[in-house]
Design a protein around this ligand. Structure first.
Ligand code: NDP
Length: 249
C-alpha cells in the first residue's frame, strides 16, 4: 500500500500566513502532521494555525522574520527542546522586488536574496542535525521556474530561486545516506497575492504561454509537497520538480 500519511510528523512551513505556504500547511495537517506555521505577521500565521485547529488538525503559529538570523536560531532551539525537532521543513517564504537590473537598488537585491535564499540556509542549518540523527527528514524549498529560465526585471528573484536549486542539490548530496530527502519545487504562475498584483493585461499574456491555458492553484503545489514529504517519496532527493502547466517543458 502507498504510504502518504504524515501521522506523528512535525512540520515547519515558512510563509504559511498566506498563499502557497498556507495551503501547504493545511495539506500537511490534513495528512496528520503537527504544523508550525511561520510568517512575518503574527495575525496571518495565527489565523492559519487556528483554522487548522478548528478543522481538527494540529498546528501552532510562530511569527518570525525569516531574514533575522538570531530569531530563526532562537525559534529552532525552542522547537528542538519543546517538540524534539522538526521532521519536515518547507522553505516557502518569499518576496519580489522587481526592477530592471540597471535600475535595481542594492536594497531590493539584498532583501530578495535574504528572504528567498539565505532564509532557507538559516532554517536548514539549525534543523538538519536533528533530522540526520533521527535518520529521517524532508526539506523542500519552493523555487520558481524563473530560477530556471530567468526573467527580465527579476534578476534578484531569479538569482535567489536558482540559488535555492544549487543549495537543494548540495544539501541533498550531504545527507542522502542519512534518510533525509532534500528537493525543490519550481512553480510556474500560481494565483496568490504575489501574482494578483500583476496587471490583468500581463496575466493574459502569461496564460497564452501556458499549454494548459490556466493559472495554477495553490493546491497544485501543496499536493506535490505532501507527496514529497511522505514515505512514498523516500527514494527521491536532489530533484527540482516543475509545476507550471507545461510552460517550460
Ligand atoms: P505570498 O506573497 O502570497 O505569501 C508570502 C508569504 O511569505 C507570506 O505568508 C509572508 O508573510 C511570508 N514572508 C515574506 N517575507 C517574510 C519574512 N521576511 N519573514 C517571514 N515570512 C515572510 O507568496 P506566494 O504564496 O505566492 O509565494 C510563496 C512562495 O512561492 C515564494 O517563495 C514565491 O517566490 C514562490 N513562488 C510563487 C509563485 C506564484 O506564482 N505565486 C511562482 C513561483 C514561486 P506575511 O503573511 O506575514 O506577510
Amino acid at each position: 500500500m502507498i504510504q502518504l500519511s504524515l501521522e506523528s510528523r512535525k512540520a515547519l512551513v515558512t510563509g504559511a500566513g498566506r498563499g502557497i505556504g498556507e495551503e501547504i500547511a493545511r495539506t500537511l495537517a490534513q495528512q496528520g502532521a503537527h504544523v508550525v506555521c511561520v510568517s512575518r505577521t503574527a495575525a496571518n500565521c495565527e489565523r492559519v494555525a487556528q483554522s487548522i485547529h478548528d478543522q481538527g488538525g494540529s498546528a501552532e503559529a510562530m511569527a518570525v522574520d525569516v531574514t533575522d538570523r538570531v530569531a530563526v536560531k532562537g525559534a529552532c532551539e525552542d522547537m528542538l527542546s519543546r517538540l524534539g525537532g522538526i521532521d519536515i521543513l518547507i522553505n516557502n517564504a518569499g518576496i519580489t522586488r522587481d526592477a530592471l537590473t540597471i535600475r535595481m537598488s542594492h536594497e531590493d537585491w539584498d532583501d530578495v536574496i535574504q528572504t528567498n535564499l539565505t532564509s532557507a540556509f538559516l532554517w536548514t542549518k539549525s534543523l538538519l542535525y536533528a533530522m540526520v540523527q533521527k535518520r529521517w527528514g524532508r526539506i523542500i524549498s519552493i523555487s520558481s521556474v524563473i530560477g530556471k529560465i530567468g526573467n527580465a526585471g527579476q534578476a534578484n528573484y531569479a538569482a535567489a530561486k536558482a540559488g535555492l536549486i544549487g543549495f537543494t542539490k548540495s544539501v541533498a548530496r550531504e545527507v542522502a545516506s542519512r534518510g533525509v530527502c532534500v528537493n525543490a519545487i519550481a512553480p510556474g504562475f500560481i494565483e496568490t497575492d504575489m501574482t494578483r498584483s500583476i496587471h490583468e493585461k500581463w496575466a493574459a499574456e502569461f496564460i497564452k504561454m501556458i499549454p494548459m491555458k490556466r493559472i495554477g492553484s495553490v493546491r497544485d503545489i501543496a499536493s506535490l509537497t505532501a507527496f514529497l514529504c511522505s514515505d512514498a517519496a523516500a527514494y527521491m532527493t536532489g530533484q527540482v520538480l516543475t509545476v507550471d502547466g507545461g510552460m517550460t517543458m
